[in-house]
Design a protein around this ligand. Structure first.
Ligand SMILES: Cc1cc2nc3c(=O)[nH]c(=O)nc-3n(C[C@H](O)[C@H](O)[C@H](O)COP(=O)(O)OP(=O)(O)OC[C@H]3O[C@@H](n4cnc5c(N)ncnc54)[C@H](O)[C@@H]3O)c2cc1C
Length: 371
């Protein structure tokens, strides 16, 4: 049977970062990326990419200018709270909006220049042995990394159940002319109705935007309800190419087990529970998983430690903030405080899009604004 050092299941952001990192950590490692899709392929997403995601990728030798070519930076973000409090400011560092059908192919192509190989293959079964993992009876891998997204087969094979419905969101997205409420800015708007729920409009720079709407799965929302929610928050928007997908949130993430099966990105439930952002966490966890994967039998434990060291504090803070955000008045108070102080705005953005903390100054200002 064919033998590989690292088999990465999934060629999205987590898988691409993982493959590049494994080759960077051990240039002699034989690394194979498997994906059921032929690239370029679409992925249901808001297409908004935090600058910190590009920082991680640049550490792997993947150039942000190549990934974002043709898509201008978006400097400003407008947030609207469930009670109507609204703030618009320049972000500390601009974000980008690149359709995933474009981004993921560029990213995978860049990652494969590191010397990893790609094969189209749908993984269905893994058998873990003391010395290796058998992949569908056709490949043997020293370590397998599950970067296979929200419905991860690798996770199921590792015996880890899905997130609970209260820890999973579902959202639709489509493409439309930029809505009048948010021209040239990233817009995230929420409503007290069906809270917690939000809509977004992320401009592509050509007069169109990625627009979408999401809620928790536990709300029992249907596709019709998601479309109605989008119309309620962005009236008159008429998207094409509307598709839905689940978002496993990081406040329901499982423990990474020891051993030869690693989980990264959505497969590891690493989506920010405040904002639904997942690309930064996918490339960061993919990078850490790739570095650990070349260590063989001890990979799982090494990866768990690395993830905790790099993201543990942030994950605790974003989970706490997600719990507090269930109180809509506090969200409005935080947005009012962000409107009064750029540093609080920056803290809120950093917590929602990258590895920031729920800072004391944000909490104190939100409590003051509440009064
Ligand atoms: C509606 C919506 C809006 C979002 N908006 C944003 C946003 O604006 N910004 C942001 O940062 N995040 C956003 N997210 C989250 C983001 O899309 C994910 O966090 C991100 O795609 C995770 O990357 P990944 O590499 O872990 O998984 P994916 O991107 O899902 O990639 C998984 C890959 O695995 C492959 N695969 C799956 N099963 C198998 C199998 N059995 N065998 C082989 N291959 C397999 C798939 O074909 C796919 O290519 C959004 C999510 C949704 C649903």
């Amino acid at each position: 049977m064919e033998r590989w050092d690292v088999v990465v299941v999934g060629g999205g952001p987590a898988g691409a970062a993982c493959a590049a990192a494994a080759r960077q950590a051990d240039p002699a490692a034989r690394v194979l990326v498997l994906d059921r899709a032929h690239f370029p392929r679409d992925k249901v997403c808001g297409d908004g990419i935090a600058p910190e995601a590009f920082d991680v990728l640049e550490g792997l030798g993947i150039d942000r200018a190549v990934l974002t070519a043709g898509y201008p930076a978006v400097e400003r973000l407008r947030l609207r709270g469930p009670g109507g409090a609204s703030v618009e400011r320049a972000m500390h560092r601009p974000a980008h909006v690149v359709p995933r059908v474009v981004l993921d192919e560029r990213l995978l192509t860049a990652a494969l220049t590191s010397g990893a190989e790609f094969r189209r293959h749908t993984v269905r079964r893994l058998d873990v042995h003391p010395t290796h993992v058998d992949v569908d009876g056709v490949l043997e891998a020293t370590v397998v990394v599950g970067a296979d997204g929200a419905e991860s087969v690798v996770r199921r094979m590792a015996g880890i159940p899905r997130n609970r419905p209260t820890r999973t969101a579902i959202a639709i997205r489509g493409y439309a002319p930029e809505p009048a409420q948010g021209t040239g800015v990233q817009l995230i708007t929420t409503t007290a109705q069906r809270w917690p729920a939000y809509a977004w409009s992320f401009p592509l720079g050509d007069g169109t935007a990625n627009v979408g709407y999401g809620e928790l799965v536990s709300s029992g929302i249907t596709r019709g309800g998601l479309l109605a929610g989008l119309e309620r928050l962005l009236p008159g928007v008429a998207p094409v190419g509307v598709k839905g997908h689940r978002l496993p949130l990081s406040n329901g993430r499982p423990r990474q087990p020891d051993g030869r099966l690693l989980l990264a990105g959505d497969a590891a439930s690493l989506i920010n529970p405040l904002t639904g952002e997942g690309i930064f966490y996918a490339v960061l966890s993919g990078m850490l998983a790739g570095r650990a994967a070349v260590r063989g039998a001890t990979a799982g434990a090494a990866y768990r430690r690395a993830l905790r060291a790099r993201l543990g504090r942030h994950l605790a803070h974003s989970s706490l903030a997600a719990g507090l955000s269930r109180w809509p008045r506090l969200m409005d108070a935080a947005f009012r405080a962000a409107g009064q102080d750029q540093r609080i705005f920056d803290d809120v953005v950093h917590l929602g899009l990258a590895d920031g903390r729920l800072t004391a100054r944000t909490l104190a200002a939100a409590v003051r604004a509440l009064r």
